[in-house]
Design a protein. Structure first.
Length: 264
């Protein structure tokens, strides 16, 4: 148990992008560990489905439907958590967006949408939660980044640039909040079976003129040194570890979980 919490403290968490995939699994695992969990996403149906699953494990669920790219939305979500439970102990910034576009054909709309959600909204959520955690003098923020933040991917530049921004924000927020006992770290998961990953790879195959999607996917999987894709559940376990169990002296860290694809 981390030094900043006690065994009888129920930690209050907010997970973004929790309508499905990794965000949903993180929320469920946090609930299984006894946390009160708030979830948010632009996908109303997915939010309600996740909320229903959470209610099977805990009565403390706050479901928030909203677009974090709208000014004030990240702050409003944090305010709802504080209004319900009196504070916030955990923020998991999992919401993300990305499209496949050749760099020389990049559109303003896709570029700005990607950075608005992956960078600006994440920064505002960190700021809002960080202010509450500063007063509490405790808390943990986990930002989901990507191995792509350190790779040259000319068909996915807006996304990789945004994740490089996440890396930078994580370091800055960690230093800003360190004097108050608040830990800020990030996790860079590799390939896993999520809706966003599938959509991205379909677009990558199309851009490469590959008609046999399964062969394309198998080829990409073989490039992973561990020889397989990550299970959503095991990536979520690593996120939860950062939220609850990692050492209280660990902050500004980028945890690499890519099966050896990205090498620190």
């Amino acid at each position: 148990m981390p030094a900043e919490v006690t065994n009888n403290t129920r930690r209050r968490a907010l997970v973004t992008g929790a309508a499905g995939g990794l965000g949903r699994e993180v929320a469920l695992q946090l609930a299984a560990r006894g946390c009160a969990v708030a979830i948010t996403d632009i996908n109303a149906q997915g939010v309600q489905e996740t909320a229903a699953l959470l209610r099977e494990r805990t009565g403390d669920v706050e479901a928030i439907v909203g677009d974090f790219t709208i000014e004030g939305a990240p702050e409003a979500a944090v305010e709802k958590v504080v209004a319900r439970w009196g504070g916030i102990d955990i923020l998991v910034n999992n919401a993300g967006y990305g499209v496949i576009e050749p760099f020389l054909d990049a559109t303003f709309k896709a570029w700005t949408r990607t950075l608005a959600l992956n960078v600006t909204a994440l920064a505002m959520a960190c700021k809002a939660a960080g202010r509450v955690m500063r007063e509490q003098r405790s808390g943990r923020i986990v930002n989901i980044t990507s191995p792509g933040s350190r790779m040259a991917l000319p068909d996915y530049t807006a996304y990789t640039a945004s994740k490089a921004g996440v890396d930078s924000i994580t370091r800055a927020a960690a230093v800003a909040l360190a004097p108050y006992g608040v830990l800020v770290n990030s996790l860079a998961p590799g390939m896993m079976d999520t809706e966003m990953q599938r959509s991205t790879e379909i677009d990558l195959a199309r851009a490469a003129g590959r008609n046999d999607l399964q062969a394309f996917l198998d080829e990409r999987t073989r490039r992973i040194p561990l020889g397989r894709r990550a299970e959503i559940s095991e990536v979520a376990e690593a996120v939860v570890w950062l939220c609850l169990d990692s050492p209280a002296y660990m902050t500004a860290e980028r945890l690499n979980m890519s099966g050896g694809l990205d090498k620190d």
